[in-house]
Design a protein around this ligand. Sequence first.
Ligand code: ZN
Length: 499
Amino acid sequence: MGAELIVHGCVLPLGEPGHDAVAIRCGRIQAVGPRESVLRLGDESTVLLDLTGKALLPGFFDAHTHFLQTGLELTYYVNLAAARSLSDALDMLAEAAHKRPGQWVVGRGWDESRWRERRYLERQDLDRAIPRQPGCAVRVDGHLVACNTLALAHCSAPDGELVDRERGHLRETPAWELLTSIRLDREVEVEALAEASRHAAGLGITSVAEMGGGTALKAYQATRRRGLLQTRAFVYLPWQSLRSLSELNIERGFGDDKLRLAGLKVFLDGSVGAASAALMEPYAEGEGRGSLLVEGGELAKLWRTAGQEGLQLAVHAIGDRAIETALGAADAAGIVREERHRLEHLELATSEQLDRMAELGLVASMQPNFVANWSGRGGMYESRLGAARDARIDPHAWVIARGIPLAFGSDGMPMGALSGIAAVLAPPHEPQRVGLEDALQAYTSGAALAAFAEGEVGQVAEGFRADLVVLSADPRTAPHEQVRVEMTFLGGRRVFERR
Ligand SMILES: [Zn+2]
């Protein structure tokens, strides 16, 4: 039997020179090569698709995202990323409260650093906008939740560093507990995942690592069963699931080609934006140094057990003190390279810490879009950390120079590989700079490696799944504003086409 589909007349920015055609059969890449030789694999039933000089790449793999959240943002949550000011955000929340009487109102994605008021949302603001039902609003980084009085009634944690009832602010664990206590209808989640999947296809994204999948596995399964999951989802569960997984004797890779258990997620600190990342030196705007959410000894124990159980840990470590703790714990646990554990974000990693990371065989999972969001003069990093730390934050170049495997993702802020890549091609600071080929690899084969899916996705090569993205122009030569996603294939099936 011949190829089902042959795409030809394309350039392969990550492929061999002279190769301009790909044959696809049974969802996989049958051959890659020069047009004349690949066309020979076709027969009368083969569909031929001339890409007229466009670029063909492996589908993008977002190595760290919050897929369900992205879907809920598109379908259910009040999207406060669009708010141009604090009062704008309050108007949006008031409108949603009016539309959904009696139901929770959840706003996401606010970022006061973009507002003229330059201050956080507070309880009194939310009480005015949402007077009769519980309502809350999550900051863009997910580490700070502003609540109205009715929402605060659902929080049982005592006042302290993480709970400020006067201002209506919850951070870290109390914040997650509140958010996860909000039960959404299964159908709401399925609709959200289906929408996230459509959205991803439009961005050329064919695989995602879901970093917040703990409560949504049934919704994922339902979405997959109904054929609405057009993205491969590699799910990371909260580390608290380790015990259950070990009792069930389940290890990494459990699942199928669309929905699979990848590993466990551990939060070691918060974020720079919420001033909760654990730092060596205090924040520029105050005395605090942020706090560690898990102690080094506890993390080492967790790491040992996870390794024995065949489970990969993805450890969220943003501040230099959190990264230091992670490296110490990895060392104490005696982790081995083959377990391929990952550090997420690594924003303030020092060059000395990266040397140790390379020795330990850890994988770096970083978000190039953070540079565009917050780095540079007048940006959030500078105001929270001062200019000196802003100048060395998000050091992708140092990671690459040490040969540390690098996976790129978006953290859903927002999703989009092309915009993330554009941010590090011409960044404000040299340590952030990445060449195009390295950036494309981090968003394809690098992310696949980080999820133990190398050899399966992330390359346009024989035997790989036919997950492909067609770009309007060759990103090596065209200005990035002219490079758009034209078509996306998942397992050889077209899941997106620009009209
Ligand atoms: Zn995240």
